[in-house]
Structures are given as structure tokens and as C-alpha cells.
Ligand binder design. Structure first.
Ligand code: BMP
Length: 250
């Protein structure tokens, strides 16, 4: 018999990291494994969207540096309020990829002061294990493999990256398009129910495909939801499909 995946409850028991525990607790409470990617260029759109999909998601993933009108008071304060109101985590998809000292500066200074508000941050591991020591008081979601066509994250890269990911205490999980060991939470983007690509290299699979084939813990959906005519209804559809696929795989 094929080995079944671990439940979120079982993962909660084996995980050490406080942000890993948090996202698993939210998943169990909301019966959701959905992360919405909110790739908006205005604060108003970002906040509206967060309020609408907030009840259905475990985390809201941002690219805070694409906002035309970022303002710490006008953007981050209301965003934090919405995260508290609807109980979701804030995940900043910064994809750090530098030496430790530079990442430390990028994490806490400059316009966005990510360390002040992000619960989870994404980072490449290309700078080596020590470069990740700077990310304290947040959970790192490390980039193991990318969803885009022609990515350089080949099997050799992923094998070496996984050694770092498995051994770094600040890491809660990774972004990948393949199975990973049970103690690392798996976040999979490139999820869309309507299309197989975007003409710019992005490659899509269904929630069911990634959850059944990769044992994905959290699906990350961007345009599939925020470009829909009714984003809330679409968020519910991805949430339901994602949860059903998870239950079927247990
Ligand atoms: P969409 O569903 O609209 O293609 O958006 C996917 C989101 O996930 C984008 O914000 C993108 O930056 C991110 N992402 C990805 O698509 N593939 C990866 O391998 C890693 C990512 O962070």
C-alpha cells in the first residue's frame, strides 16, 4: 500500500517552528490550504481583496515592492488589521538572494521594513545556509524549485538546496514543484484551474494535481483568483478543491 501523506494535525506535532505551527493551526481551523497571491499595484485593490478573500485563506502572499502607492501607515497598518480580523498570515514574497549582511539590511530597513510586519518571507538559498541566519522573528519559506519554464532549479540544485533547507532552524518550508520530506511544509505556486500557462513562462497545474502528486501542503493562487469576476467565489472554489484533494490523499 502506498504511504499516505501526514495530516495537518500530525505535522503540527512534529514541527518546531512557531510560524509553521501557526499556519497549520489556521489550516485546521479554517479547513483551508489556500494562500492567495495578491499581486496588485495599488493599496486600495490590495486591501479590498484581503478583506474579501481573508476568511477563506491561511495566508496572503504579497509582492509589496510592486505597489505604486506604498505607505507604511496607509498600507501596512490596515493590512495587519485585516490579517488579525480574518486570521491569516502575511507572507512577503521577497525572494532574497544575497549575502547575509545585505539580506539583513533588506529585511529590516528601506521603504518596506519587511521584518516589522511579515510573518513569512520567501528566500532563495543560493547564498548558503549562513546567509539565512538574519531572518529572525519570521518563518522562511525557501525556494527549492520554481514553477517557470526553463528554471535553473534542476535536480542537482534542489538536492543541494534541500540539505540547507532541512538543517536551518529559521526555515518552515519551501516552494517547490515536487515532494519534499514530511518535516518541511510544501508551498506550491503555479496553480490555476482555467489555464496551463500565461505565455510568459509560468506553468500551471490544478490544486488536485499538486496536492496528490507532490503532497503540497499549501497551494498558492494568484491570477486564478484575483483576476476572476467574483474573487470571493473563486477563492471558495480553490479552497474547496484544495481541501477535498487533501482529504482524499489522507
Ligand atoms: P499566478 O498564480 O498569478 O501565476 O501567481 C503566482 C505567484 O506565485 C506570483 O506572485 C509569483 O511571483 C509566485 N511564484 C511563482 O509563480 N512560481 C514560483 O516558483 C515561485 C513564486 O513565488
Amino acid at each position: 500500500q502506498e504511504k499516505k501523506r501526514l495530516s495537518y494535525e500530525q505535522k503540527l506535532e512534529i514541527t518546531e517552528h512557531s510560524f509553521a505551527k501557526k499556519i497549520l493551526e489556521i489550516a485546521i481551523e479554517k479547513r483551508s490550504n489556500l494562500i492567495a497571491s495578491a499581486d496588485f499595484i495599488t493599496t486600495q485593490e490590495l486591501l479590498n481583496f484581503a478583506d474579501i478573500v481573508g476568511p477563506h485563506i491561511v495566508a496572503l502572499k504579497t509582492h509589496i515592492d510592486i505597489l505604486n502607492d506604498f505607505d507604511a501607515d496607509e498600507t501596512i497598518l490596515p493590512l495587519k488589521d485585516l490579517a488579525a480580523k480574518h486570521n491569516f498570515l502575511l507572507m512577503e514574497d521577497r525572494k532574497f538572494a544575497d549575502i547575509g549582511n545585505t539580506q539583513e539590511l533588506q529585511f529590516s530597513y528601506g521603504t518596506f521594513k519587511i521584518s516589522n510586519w511579515a510573518d513569512l518571507i520567501t528566500s532563495h538559498v543560493i547564498g548558503g545556509s549562513k546567509s539565512l541566519d538574519c531572518f529572525v522573528n519570521a518563518g522562511i519559506v525557501a525556494i527549492l524549485g520554481m514553477s517557470s519554464e526553463g528554471t535553473l532549479t534542476d535536480s542537482h540544485y534542489r538536492e543541494e538546496a534541500l540539505k540547507i533547507i532541512e538543517n536551518h532552524p529559521n526555515i518552515v518550508g519551501c516552494v517547490a514543484q515536487n515532494k519534499v520530506p514530511d518535516n518541511i511544509l510544501l508551498f506550491t505556486p503555479g496553480v490555476n484551474l482555467g489555464t496551463s500557462g500565461d505565455g510568459k513562462g509560468q506553468q500551471y497545474n490544478s490544486p488536485e494535481h499538486v496536492i496528490k502528486n507532490y503532497n503540497t501542503d499549501f497551494i498558492i493562487v494568484g491570477r486564478g483568483i484575483y483576476k476572476a469576476d467574483d474573487p470571493e467565489l473563486e477563492a471558495l472554489r480553490y479552497k474547496t478543491e484544495g481541501w477535498q484533494a487533501y482529504q482524499d490523499a489522507l
